[in-house]
Design a binder for this molecule. Structure first.
Ligand code: FAD
Length: 390
C-alpha cells in the first residue's frame, strides 16, 4: 500500500526522486556541518528545469501549474533533502510575471528559466519592523532616472547565491499615504553588481543559524536602482508582495508535507527494527501512537494543501486555504519530527541518522515565512469576522 497515495504528477515525482537519490544524507550532513550552500543540488535541479516549472513556456519555462511545483518540493523533502536553498525562485519570479511589464519579463524570465540568472533573494523583513511589514524603514527615493535606496534588511536568505533580489522599500513616507498599504514599492536589484567594488552599496553578512539556510543581513547605502527596475506602479508594492504570498505558503506547505513523510517513514522503519526488552519498540503503543497521530495530521494537511493549490490554479481566492495549509503542514511536520526523534531515543541525537538535522530544519516553518500566530490572526479577522488584534 502506498501510505501517502499520491496520484498527481507520477512522472515528475519519479524523476525528482531519481535526482534526489544522488544527494543522500551524507551530502546534506556535510553541508550542514560547514553551513555550506548545496550548489551541486541546486545546479542539478536548475538543469533539470524544476526551478523554472512555473515560468510560462513563452519565457522559456515549463509552464506547469502550482500543484506540479508542490509535487517537486514535496519529493525533495520526502527524500530527506531540502529545497530551501532554491525554493524562493519558484515564487519570487511570480512578482515579475504577474506585475512586471513585457520588457522586464523578456529581460529576466528567460534568463532565470535557463539558469543563467538566479532570483533567489527576497528582501522584505527588517530588524525593526518584524512582522509589521508596513513599518519597514528602507527607503527608495526617486532622483531622475534611478531610485536611491538606503536601509537594512534581515533574514534575506540566499543573498550570497543570487544574482537578483526582489526588494520592498518605502517610496512615500507612511505619514503621506492615503491608505496604509500604499507607499511601498518593489524594485529588482542587481545584487551581483551592487556587492562588487571597494565600497559596495550593498553589503551582505551571513547569519549563522541553527539550520543550514544561507540567510543573511543586507546593508544598503546609496544604492542606485534604475527606474526600469521598478515592478508595476510606484507605491503599490505591498499589494504585489501579498499577491505572491499564497503561492509561497502553498509551496512551503508542500515542503513541510515532504518533511512529515520523511520523519514518519524513518520513525516507522526504526520502530520495527530496534529491539529492546526482546521485542521491536514499535510494538509498544507509546511508540506507535505519536507516529500514527503525526501520519493522520500529515494526511489531513495534505488535503488542505491540495485544496489550496486547486483554488489557486482556478484563479479563486485562496488566502485562508493557503494559510491553513501552511499552518497545518508545518504542525504536522513538527509532530512527525517529535515522534521520530523520540522513537530514535539517544540515536536521534547522533548526526549520522539525519534526524536531528531534519528536526532543526522542520522547526523553521512555524516561524517563517509567516508565524503561526499571524495565520491565526488572519483567520480570526478575515474568515471569522473577529476584531483585528493588531
Ligand atoms: C531562517 C530564516 C529565513 C528567512 N528568510 C527570509 C527571507 O528570505 N526574506 C525575508 O524577507 N524574510 C525572511 N525571514 C524572516 C521571517 O519571515 C520572519 O522571521 C517572520 O516573518 C517573523 O518575523 P520576526 O522574526 O521579525 O518576528 P516578530 O515580528 O518580531 O515576532 C516575534 C514573535 O511574536 C509574535 N507576534 C508578533 N506580532 C504578533 C501579533 N500581533 N499577534 C500575535 N503574535 C505576534 C510572532 O508570531 C512571533 O512568534 C526568514 C527568517 C528566518 C528565521
Amino acid at each position: 500500500m502506498n501510505k501517502f497515495e499520491d496520484q498527481d504528477f507520477p512522472e515528475i515525482r519519479e524523476a525528482v526522486r531519481a535526482l534526489c537519490a544522488d544527494y543522500q544524507g551524507d551530502y546534506w550532513r556535510d553541508l550542514d556541518r560547514e553551513r555550506a550552500y548545496p550548489q551541486a543540488f541546486v545546479d542539478a535541479l536548475t538543469k533539470a528545469g524544476y526551478l523554472a516549472a512555473l515560468i510560462p513556456e513563452a519565457y522559456g519555462g515549463s509552464g506547469l501549474p502550482l500543484s506540479a511545483a508542490t509535487a517537486i518540493l514535496e519529493e525533495v523533502h520526502t527524500s530527506g533533502g531540502n529545497g530551501a536553498a532554491c525554493h524562493a525562485q519558484m515564487y519570487t519570479m511570480g512578482t515579475i510575471l504577474r506585475h512586471g511589464n513585457e520588457a522586464q519579463k523578456q529581460r529576466w524570465l528567460p534568463e532565470i528559466a535557463a539558469g543563467r540568472l538566479r532570483l533567489q533573494a527576497f528582501g522584505v523583513s527588517e530588524p525593526t519592523s518584524g512582522t509589521d511589514t508596513l513599518s519597514l524603514t528602507t527607503t527608495a527615493r526617486r532622483t531622475g532616472d534611478h531610485y536611491l535606496v538606503n536601509g537594512q534588511k534581515v533574514w534575506t536568505s540566499r543573498a550570497e547565491y543570487s544574482d537578483l533580489m526582489i526588494l520592498l522599500a518605502r517610496t512615500t513616507p507612511k505619514a503621506d499615504v492615503a491608505r496604509k498599504g500604499e507607499g511601498l514599492s518593489v524594485l529588482v536589484v542587481d545584487l551581483k553588481a551592487a556587492t562588487q567594488g571597494e565600497k559596495p552599496p550593498v553589503v551582505v553578512r551571513p547569519i549563522r543559524t541553527m539550520l543550514n539556510h544561507a540567510t543573511t543581513e543586507v546593508f544598503i547605502s546609496d544604492l542606485r536602482v534604475p527606474v526600469e527596475n521598478l515592478i508595476g506602479e510606484e507605491g503599490r508594492g505591498f499589494r504585489y508582495i501579498l499577491d505572491g504570498m499564497n503561492a509561497e505558503r502553498i509551496l512551503i506547505a508542500s515542503e513541510c508535507l515532504g518533511d512529515a513523510r520523511w520523519f514518519i517513514e524513518k520513525a516507522s522503519a526504526y520502530a520495527k527494527e530496534r529491539r529492546v526488552f526482546g521485542r521491536a519498540i514499535g510494538q509498544n503503543q507509546g511508540v506507535q501512537f505519536p507516529i500514527a497521530r503525526a501520519y493522520a495530521q500529515a494526511q489531513a494537511a495534505t488535503l488542505m494543501v491540495r485544496q489550496a493549490a486547486a483554488l489557486f490554479e482556478a484563479g479563486q481566492p485562496c488566502g485562508a486555504e493557503a494559510n491553513m495549509a501552511k499552518m497545518l503542514a508545518s504542525e504536522a511536520s513538527w509532530a512527525a519530527a517529535e515522534s521520530c526523534l523520540q522513537t530514535h531515543g539517544g540515536y536521534g541525537f547522533a548526526e549520522e541518522y539525519d534526524v536531528e538535522r531534519k528536526y532543526r530544519e522542520a522547526r523553521l516553518y512555524q516561524v517563517a515565512p509567516i508565524s503561526t500566530n499571524l495565520i491565526l490572526a488572519y483567520l480570526a479577522e478575515h474568515v471569522l469576522g473577529l476584531p483585528r488584534s493588531y
